[in-house]
Ligand binder design. Structure first.
Ligand code: 5GP
Ligand code: ZN
Length: 134
């Protein structure tokens, strides 16, 4: 049933001409063509649990459209970029970590540690997180 809804959303995305990169794992997850534990999806973003979680909640929120990184985002992508944050808040509430606090991280480029070159926000929480970063 959920898969059927994903397929429907994918045809909807294709119909609107979203750029999907067939060799990109996060494009495949957003399109329902690769397995993932999806916790939320709408017309702009898909959120799924990280395969190697670093905290009790570790969710990746990705645009359905293929954008390589923040460095590749255009002015027309501003709605998507803002939506990553409001989706993070929604999932934090769903996972019961909003009150305790959480971290939203977007790595950009090799020096930051970005390893998957499809823009994504890490939502991490559910425990007291280490600080400082860098
Ligand atoms: P980055 O280092 O690029 O900011 O983060 C990439 C994240 O994607 C890592 O935390 C990694 O564990 C996660 N990841 C990589 N491949 C997959 C995958 O196929 N499925 C899921 N769920 N997470 C992945
Ligand atoms: Zn992609």
């Amino acid at each position: 049933m959920f898969r059927a809804r994903l397929i429907l959303l994918y045809s909807h995305l294709s119909a609107f001409g979203y750029m999907l990169n067939p060799s990109c794992i996060f494009c495949k997850i957003a399109a329902g063509e690769a397995p993932a534990n999806i916790v939320y999806q709408d017309e702009l973003v898909t959120a799924f649990r990280d395969i190697h979680p670093v905290a009790p909640t570790h969710v990746l929120i990705v645009p359905n459209k293929h954008i390589q990184s923040v460095s590749h985002a255009e002015a027309e992508d501003e709605q998507i970029l803002g939506h990553l944050f409001t989706t993070a808040r929604k999932i934090a509430e769903m996972d019961g970590i909003a009150a305790g606090g959480y971290r939203s991280i977007v790595n950009t480029g090799v020096h930051s540690g970005q390893t998957v070159f499809h823009l994504h926000m890490h939502l991490i929480g559910g425990q007291h997180l280490k600080y400082p970063m860098g």
